[in-house]
Design a protein around this ligand. Structure first.
Ligand code: APR
Length: 174
């Protein structure tokens, strides 16, 4: 039975098969959750990322988790919010879809996401959470393999918005 959970937690602490990193196109580290993951995984992560030679916005690439509890990290690059008329929604949806696809192809069963693009990249949190919940729900309804998805929330607004989006989807019975 697949499940979606919303937790107020530091994603680097989660014992799942893969945690998702909200990276930038270089994959060479940065701030926010990217910095936290690199700090927790250790310097070997940067060496592994250098080999990947970057990542296009909306795409996803995988590395080991090194010193993390999670054996894998899936790096994806969200869109920078530029007002909503430059394909941002489609690119953000692709981040979730391609990360789940990659995890499924690797035979992973549990994955944790941060709120991609909701920090430095400035995506409006409500709209981003709608996309996140829609893509994860659709993927899990149409593919086997992934049994657990955790949304790791680092601020209250993200947790509130995700919870509302999920409750709307699950309907009054939930
Ligand atoms: N665990 C879970 N979530 C976290 C953590 C953490 N340890 N640290 C930050 N977050 C949350 C933020 O609060 C935000 O809701 O992750 C979400 C995404 O924020 P950013 O990390 O700023 O990522 P993003 O908006 O996608 O911008 C990506 O920022 O850090 C740089 O290198 C990164 O250039 C890239 C850009």
């Amino acid at each position: 039975m697949s499940k979606i959970e919303i937790l107020a937690t530091d994603i680097t602490q989660l014992r799942v098969d893969a945690i998702v990193n909200a990276a930038n196109n270089s994959l060479l580290g940065g701030g926010g959750v990217d910095a936290a993951i690199h700090a927790a995984a250790g310097p070997a992560l940067l060496q592994a990322c250098k080999v990947l030679q970057g990542c296009a916005t909306g795409s996803a690439k995988i590395t080991p988790g090194f010193a993390l509890a999670a054996p894998y990290i899936i790096h994806t690059v969200g869109p920078v919010w530029r007002g909503g008329r430059q394909g941002e929604a489609q690119l953000l949806a692709a981040c979730y879809r391609n990360s789940l696809k990659l995890a499924s192809e690797q035979g992973l069963r549990s994955i944790a996401f941060p709120a991609i693009s909701c920090g430095v990249y400035g995506y409006p949190i409500g709209a981003a959470c709608e996309i996140a919940v829609a893509e994860v729900s659709h993927f899990m309804a149409n593919h086997g393999g992934i049994e657990e998805v955790i949304f790791a929330c680092f601020n209250g607004e993200v947790k509130t918005q995700l919870s509302q989006c999920l409750a709307k989807r699950q309907g009054p019975s939930s």
